[in-house]
Design a protein around this ligand. Structure first.
Ligand SMILES: Cc1cc2nc3c(=O)[nH]c(=O)nc-3n(C[C@H](O)[C@H](O)[C@H](O)COP(=O)(O)O)c2cc1C
Length: 175
């Protein structure tokens, strides 16, 4: 029987929520990326790795980058979780930024996450406030999708997580 595992790295819980939903859907094992070793992955045929997007980078993707040569015989899917609504151009940019060299061609999916400044640590909250200040100076028509989401979310608690984002991932691993 095909065995799979979900690896995730989540700072404020959105990616973990998607990982838990994927466990419900697939029955796969689940583990935090940073607690995983290559040896533990030997017995799996499918690996789904999820991470939050921070300043355009995908959390935990370095694990895959480091180990991809040893995982060539496995089916791999990545999902990234960000604050922006899905936008094709923005997603292509995220892909180009994160999936270079040995990672090029790896399947990646987008899931919309959450936003709560009250939950953020001091450093992240300060960074977001600085970004919001900088974006305020821009013309609204020049906002990147992620900047528009950032501006809408100021001072609010937003949770955009939805199970529908997992459909293409589940279809891919079944195919
Ligand atoms: C400092 C910081 C930087 C962020 N950068 C981005 C970004 O570049 N693009 C994006 O779509 N979302 C960005 N976000 C939003 C997070 O990706 C979003 O809150 C996501 O749900 C986090 O997932 P996690 O809680 O599983 O880590 C950022 C959030 C913080 C706090």
């Amino acid at each position: 029987m095909t065995k799979g595992i979900i690896l995730y790295q989540s700072k404020y819980g959105a990616t973990k929520k998607y990982a838990d939903w994927l466990v419900e859907e697939t029955g796969f094992d689940c583990m935090e990326t940073k607690k995983t070793t290559l040896l533990q992955l030997e017995k799996y045929d499918i690996i789904i790795l999820g991470g939050g997007i921070y300043a355009s980078g995908i959390s935990g993707l370095s694990f895959l980058k480091k180990n991809i040569e040893h995982l060539k015989n496995k089916k791999i899917a990545v999902f990234c979780v960000g604050a922006s609504p899905y936008d094709d151009t923005a997603f292509q940019q995220i892909y180009a930024h994160n999936f270079k060299k040995n990672l090029s061609g790896v399947q990646c999916f987008y899931c919309r996450g959450a936003w709560d400044e009250n939950k953020m640590n001091f450093q992240d909250r300060t960074l977001c406030k600085m970004l919001q200040k900088a974006v305020t100076k821009k013309d609204t028509s020049a906002y990147e999708p992620w900047e528009a989401a950032l501006m809408c979310a100021v001072g609010q608690q937003c949770d955009w997580t939805e199970k529908k984002y997992l459909k293409p991932i589940i279809e891919y691993i079944k195919g």
